[in-house]
Write a protein that binds this ligand. Sequence first.
Ligand SMILES: NC(=O)c1ccc[n+]([C@@H]2O[C@H](COP(=O)([O-])OP(=O)(O)OC[C@H]3O[C@@H](n4cnc5c(N)ncnc54)[C@H](OP(=O)(O)O)[C@@H]3O)[C@@H](O)[C@H]2O)c1
Length: 304
Amino acid sequence: MSSSSQPAKPSLLILGARGFLGRSVATAAAARFNVLRADRTAGERSTDIVVDITDANVVEQTIREIQPKAVVLLAAISDIDLCERQPERAAAVNVQGVAHVARACAATGTRLLFTSSGAVFDGKKIGYCEEDPVSPLSVYGRSKADAENVVLETLPDAIVLRVSLVLGRTGLTTTNSVVDTLVRRWQAGEIVRASTLECRNPIDAATLATWIIELLPNPEARGLIHTGSTHAWTRYQIATALATRLGVPEVQLLPEETTSPARALRGVHQLLLTDKIARLCTTQPPTIEEVVERSLREPAESHQ
Ligand SMILES: NC(=O)c1ccc[n+]([C@@H]2O[C@H](COP(=O)([O-])OP(=O)(O)OC[C@H]3O[C@@H](n4cnc5c(N)ncnc54)[C@H](OP(=O)(O)O)[C@@H]3O)[C@@H](O)[C@H]2O)c1
């Protein structure tokens, strides 16, 4: 019990806490959990924990020592093109690193939530449910599919959240946030091209974080769970909505009607059907218009 006689909050360890999604999860979790932030390298806070998930001993030791109630595993090489160029690094972090965390959670009876991707599918079907077989096109997609298997074989009650595309702002240049990148490029006067082929049902980081916090204490939440907005748009439609809302001149956004051979292969349709999460959570899947609007809100806690 704390000094004010309130029960102590359960602790939540976030691996990859300084990343794009990690910041939103840390902010959303603070009301319900004692949030412990871990990253590959030391940060500015004295309370930050250093955990490189490729080091099995450090992972196991950290989880044994701090005995968190739950672990949210966000640490990853999330850049699809970087994974394609460096498949060994992608496997070391996105598969073996995930295996280290899953084994440490299994050994200590710790709840685990892992974030995967719509890139586990080839995008040939319009609308994927959790039961559909995986068919990745890229090194990244394969690494996520392999990691899902490792997590669920090691810990069948773990939660594996699949995400098509996360939208939101951090105000930083160091994360994987597409909106931050677009805003930065438009502010610099650049012309941005966005695909008219790739369809995604995105989710804003704040709603995704709310779902994560809702799912963790729910014993019925287990296995694969798809997330996203109620319908999908092309990347060009998403960028157009963002540009309109930000007052970006039309000339600064152009449609990209071909795929560059320099980029890793992406699936055309990544519409993740959200019936399961709608049943499990009181927070319901938002419309894509709501996602765009929410994604432009200033970060609740910037420059963490
Ligand atoms: N954002 C999306 O649209 C999206 C869509 C689908 C799935 N996801 C998944 O959601 C998760 C979070 O994504 P995000 O967008 O927040 O990515 P992000 O901004 O790139 O954050 C990933 C974090 O992982 C850390 N990391 C990398 N290697 C590590 C290691 N060996 N040990 C510990 N930490 C390590 C990175 O730290 P350093 O920078 O110091 O290396 C970074 O802080 C990832 O699993 C990603 O695959 C994201």
